[in-house]
Design a protein around this ligand. Sequence first.
Ligand code: NAP
Length: 381
Amino acid sequence: MIPDTMKAMLLTGHGGIDKLEYRDDVAVPRPGLGEVLVQVTATAKNNTDRKAREGLYPTRKGEVASFRMGGNPTLTFPRIQGADIVGRIVAVGEGVDERRIGERGLLDFNIYASARRDINLTPDYYGHGADGGFAEYVALPSDQFHHVDNSDLADAELAAMGMCSYQTALHMLTSACVTAGERVLVSGASGGVGTALIQLCRIMGAIPYALSKPEKADVLLDLGAEAVLDRSDMDSFVERIRAETGDRPIDAVMDLVGGDMTDIFIDSMIFDMNARETYPRLSIAGASGGNISEILWTRIYLYQVQIFGVSHGTREEAEQLIEWIREGQLRPVLHGAFRLSDLHRAEDYFVNRGSNYLGKIVIVPDSQWDEHGQPFALENV
Ligand SMILES: NC(=O)c1ccc[n+]([C@@H]2O[C@H](COP(=O)([O-])OP(=O)(O)OC[C@H]3O[C@@H](n4cnc5c(N)ncnc54)[C@H](OP(=O)(O)O)[C@@H]3O)[C@@H](O)[C@H]2O)c1
């Protein structure tokens, strides 16, 4: 039976972790037209949870803000965050086949502004413009809650393959028109998007070179990286890349770090233009290393470097990824799980962890913990 109220973590305003309130009296949503009601078993954390909470999508004036692609802010308070949701359908709204009740699924996290399958011009998402998965139940569009019944994938592992990382990664590659045989540099390689990029490069037949820390190299090589370069020494970066590629330039850079590194990444593509067969391309979807970079525009236009800003992706890309997950072509990289009631500690761990771990953190409702969280518990961190 579906209760009237549920436990949920409410974001009550922009600010610190104290803006997250754990409540046990939140109304369980009712599925509307074309929606399903999902009992949540696991929701992956993403950087955007923190950025939206702290208002870290700055305008030029540096004011606290969240993004407002459609013109108006869609983040209103209180809001339940959490984008990459896994769970089971427990009820359906009007127009949805009742036989879907019981299905396990993974959400395509986008709130699409139109039915177009090939473009997504105003990226917004569940957990930002509408309530997300840091709760026991959530109402979601039925066509974006994709059935995935692979028995070898635990719910927490499936959440770790959420679209916020995987769809962004795929859209970075498709924007830059990466093709089989191309050498692709991946920065921030051990994170959610980076680990997705390495795997997707291999599916597409491209060759991923990972920039990360030496202690993470074994896992990244096992995921498919051709080589792992230490990011602590950027002065010798281009030399080291040349040694790894046999003196061939990087064809395309997938940048998640930004800051001072981006300009050096460009060097790795343009040191010998005669050795290239395509224009140098750089997709950027994150700036973990700094929001401002010094770029010489003369270098960009003389060397014809193509730069692609990437946010989320398209319906087509989400559906392609779900197919690859169902076929077992993608692997989860799950760091561990926290209870929903412990989300404050998870946030603190996520923000202050340094960069000592690989992959994703997943949040599991306390009522689902024994089955879906405990096997991956990060109790002692
Ligand atoms: N545009 C979008 O739609 C979209 C979607 C998802 C994420 N993002 C953004 O993309 C970025 C990566 O996301 P994620 O989920 O993969 O993050 P993540 O799991 O937190 O991983 C980020 C990785 O970046 C590297 N890193 C962190 N700080 C760094 C620094 N100061 N200098 C160099 N490298 C640093 C670390 O990897 P190594 O230790 O391996 O170097 C870290 O593991 C974030 O900025 C996020 O906000 C954007």
